[in-house]
Write a protein that binds this ligand. Structure first.
Ligand code: AMP
Ligand code: MG
Length: 206
C-alpha cells in the first residue's frame, strides 16, 4: 500500500530507500522515482514500476559533487561544469569509474553513467540522510508526462511504490539538461533546465 509522506517524515523516506524500497521525491525539475542505485533489485524495481525499457539508462542523484569521483571519471571539463551548475538541473554522462558500485542496470549495461546533484532542499536532505547514490528517473509511467506534484505521482504509480515524499509542486517542471561528456566534444542529449547557451559559454559549441 502507498504511504504519502510529508516533509516531517523525511527520515522515514530515507529509511525506506536504505531498505531497498522505492520512494518518489520532489526535485527542482520534476518528481523523481528514487531507488538505491547500488542495488540491482531496487533498480530493477524502478524499471518495472515505470514500465521503462531496460535499454534506457537512469540518472543517478548525489548529495554532493565529491561523491561523483568514486562513481565516474571526472575530468577537468566535468569538474568545471559541476562547480558551475551543481546543485542544479544538469545531468552529466561520464565514463563509469573502474570500481563504480552503481548497478550496471542503471547504466543499461553501458560503460557510462549519468550523474546529477539536485538543488531542491528536500531532495538534498533525503540524499544526505540516505548517504547512497539514488537512481531517479521521472516518477511517471514510461512515455507519459513527468509529474510536478505528489498527487500526480500517486495517480501515475500509486500501487507500485512504497511512498511519495510530498514537497508541494516543483518549480521548473522541465527535466534536467543531459550532457554527454564521454566524447571529445560535449553532446547535448536532452534539452532541459540549463540552457545550451550557458553550457556553450563555458565549453564552446556543443
Ligand atoms: P529520465 O530519467 O526519464 O528523466 O530520463 C533520463 C535521460 O537521461 C534519458 O534520456 C536517458 O537516455 C539519459 N541517460 C541516462 N543515463 C545515460 C547514459 N549513461 N548515457 C546516455 N544517456 C543517459
Ligand atoms: Mg522521464
Amino acid at each position: 500500500m502507498t504511504i504519502l509522506l510529508t516533509e516531517a517524515e523525511i527520515g522515514r523516506a530515507a529509511a525506506l530507500l536504505r531498505a531497498g524500497e522505492l520512494v518518489a521525491f520532489p526535485t527542482e525539475t520534476v518528481y523523481g522515482l528514487g531507488g538505491d542505485a547500488t542495488s540491482d533489485q531496487a533498480v530493477a524495481a524502478i524499471f518495472a514500476a515505470k514500465g521503462r525499457p531496460r535499454f534506457n539508462p537512469l540518472i543517478v542523484h548525489l548529495f554532493k559533487a565529491e561523491q561523483a569521483e568514486n562513481l565516474a571519471r571526472v575530468d577537468g571539463r566535468a569538474a568545471l561544469l559541476m562547480q558551475r551548475f551543481w546543485p542544479g538541473p544538469l545531468s552529466l554522462v561520464l565514463r563509469r569509474a573502474p570500481h563504480c558500485r552503481v548497478s550496471l542496470l542503471a547504466s543499461a549495461g553501458l560503460d557510462t553513467i549519468a550523474l546529477r546533484v539536485p538543488a531542491h532542499p528536500l531532495a538534498q536532505e533525503l540524499l544526505r540522510l540516505t548517504a547512497l547514490p539514488i537512481a531517479a528517473p521521472s516518477a511517471n509511467r514510461s512515455g507519459r508526462v513527468s509529474p510536478t506534484t505528489a498527487d500526480h505521482v500517486m495517480s501515475e504509480l500509486g500501487g507500485g511504490i512504497a511512498a511519495v515524499l510530498d514537497g508541494g509542486p516543483c518549480r521548473v517542471g522541465v527535466e534536467s539538461t543531459v550532457l554527454d561528456l564521454t566524447r571529445p566534444r560535449p553532446v547535448l542529449l536532452r534539452p532541459g533546465g540549463v540552457a545550451p547557451e550557458e553550457l556553450e559559454a563555458l565549453l564552446g559549441p556543443l
